[in-house]
Write a protein that binds this ligand. Sequence first.
Ligand code: TTP
Ligand code: MG
Length: 359
Amino acid sequence: MDLDSFYAAVEEKRNPSIAGKPIVICVFSGRSSDSGAVATANYKARELGIKAGIPITAAKRLGKENAVFLPNDINYYREVSERIMELIEDECDALEQASIDEAYMDVTQKSRGIWENAQAIAEAIKQKIKEQEGLTCSIGIGPNKLVAKMASKAKKPDGLTIVREQEVAGFLENLDIRKIHGIGGKTAETLNGLGIKTAKQLGNANALALEEKLGKNKARLLQEKARGIDDSPVEQKQAQQISRIGTLKEDTNDREIIFEKIRELAQDMKRKMEKKKVFFRNVGIIAIDTGLETQTRSETMAETDDINIALSSARRLLEKFLDENPGKRLRRVGIRVSNLLYKKEQKSLGDFAQRYFMR
Ligand code: TTP
Ligand code: MG
């Protein structure tokens, strides 16, 4: 699952007055007013040639006066991302978040190995994300992570592509090598130089000739990918931290109002901590002011799973922060626990064996 033009879509959802316009999310370097690069652009802006990685100045020339340029509000995108990951976690056997807007889901058990069931799960996920967050995503379903990922890129935005085992060869036949994860512009040029344009050609290419150009490891890896071979499991990386950030009803420096919000967020965080069965050894607060500047404060303690200890620590940190920043009004606040210890391994061997034999 990969969300469509993620940062731009989130901004479009947050601010309906810009809906339908070309939207460009910028990472301003601060050197001069327009220096920096584009993080992403919505599909309207992509039609004008604006895309991730190009300089903001170039994007402004292409976008003319119609396009909307916004600074990258990464903390907010992380909040939305986290909510979506939690939403889809319940729909699969195992979830592996691959980036802020991308995740692998194992549905081997949930679908009982039946492709139509997997399709229904994917449709339900798309529906849920649309209803709860107002965002679209593209999903690929395949016999392994590699094919699923390539399938998710096959149709975008709002796509759903299924590539069954027996369809893998056909899917790869005409697939541009640039669509293979790990092949960037440079590698593609090298391969094109050898007359290799499609995944199938790469899969069938002479291994020695490839190794000469790319080195042994890379050549082997890319050739396996080009053949759709991948047996890596969908593995949840254990979270290093759990946090909740929320927006205050209005910008304020009133410590009671701010702390009340932190208390509310902590209740939600507690549910997640119980689900993950963690102890924490560090508590932090996140303070985002009216200029969207983010500051954090944290302290370390003996390991505990008691939310009240996290809350009294957060209270102390907040008091200190506000004393040090008199008059600073906050727009969003958050609480975070980190240095986590897991009470027991999440996946029992029985669970793993069952998944293995379902394959
Ligand atoms: P992507 O999933 O690569 O891009 P996207 O979601 O904007 O568009 P698509 O519909 O093609 O999936 O990346 C996810 C987010 O990561 C993206 O919204 C912004 C951020 N990002 C950067 O900040 N810099 C980059 O160069 C890229 C590629 C992405
Ligand atoms: Mg995306």
